[in-house]
Design a protein around this ligand. Structure first.
Ligand SMILES: CC(C)(COP(=O)(O)OP(=O)(O)OC[C@H]1O[C@@H](n2cnc3c(N)ncnc32)[C@H](O)[C@@H]1OP(=O)(O)O)[C@@H](O)C(=O)NCCC(=O)NCCS
Length: 185
């Protein structure tokens, strides 16, 4: 039976796999792009924000996660420092684009200091595990006294947007194919 636990650095390979398997479109165009996708959306969090991340585990492997960076300021400093070097080696263009990833979180960091990513492998979706992961993280952030959480999602991911609305996330803005949503805690 799958259960939720705090993430560990040893979950990195599983988290990168989940990130790639649940990505779509250009993010999975080829092997190189899949590596970049994992670096952009999962590796940093497991390596640098381990204590704020949770995984859904079954039979010793992670099959879903909720990843979180609690501070936009810290994220901007560290994400660029560690991740960009590795992305540059794969693609200078994507390194340039990901240089701007922290900007949206920094601009809204006064109201929503933290941000999250949630993904679950196909066969474990729609069984209530996403809700359990979300409740676990929201409780964790409240305990830490963090006043708001935000996320960025593909604007056409209607299912994820319905999921976030159920937890009280409100749309902040939709632009360039992405929707930003936020929730006060
Ligand atoms: C989005 C996601 C995290 C939700 O987790 P989940 O375990 O599937 O969701 P739950 O079973 O806890 O369902 C909670 C709510 O999500 C929505 N939802 C879940 N499955 C759905 C489906 N098949 N169709 C439409 N809405 C669905 C509903 O609002 C549901 O509420 P309900 O149970 O009252 O009907 C998960 O489906 C997922 O990883 N999807 C693929 C990756 C992704 O899109 N990640 C988000 C990127 S921004």
């Amino acid at each position: 039976m799958p259960h939720i636990r705090k993430a560990r650095r040893a979950d990195l390979a599983d988290a990168e796999y989940i990130c790639i398997q649940t990505a779509s479109g250009i993010l999975r165009k080829n092997d190189k792009m899949e590596k970049i996708t994992a670096l952009m959306f999962s590796s940093y969090y497991i390596n640098e924000e381990t204590e704020h991340c949770f995984v859904l585990e079954e039979k010793g492997r992670a099959v879903g996660y909720i990843l979180c960076a609690p501070s936009a300021k810290r994220f901007a400093r560290r994400y660029r420092k560690d991740n960009l070097k590795r992305i540059v080696e794969l693609s200078p263009l994507w390194a340039f684009l990901s240089f701007f990833t922290p900007v949206k979180y920094s601009l809204l960091g006064g109201k929503y200091p933290s941000h999250l990513h949630i993904d679950i492998l196909d066969e474990y979706q729609s069984s209530g595990y996403g809700s359990k992961l979300m409740n676990t993280l929201l409780e964790h952030l409240k305990e830490k006294g963090i006043k708001g959480v935000m996320l960025s999602c593909s604007a056409d991911n209607k299912r994820a947007i319905a999921f976030y609305k159920k937890f009280g996330f409100k749309k902040i803005i939709s632009a360039f194919g992405s929707t930003l949503m936020g929730k006060n805690l």
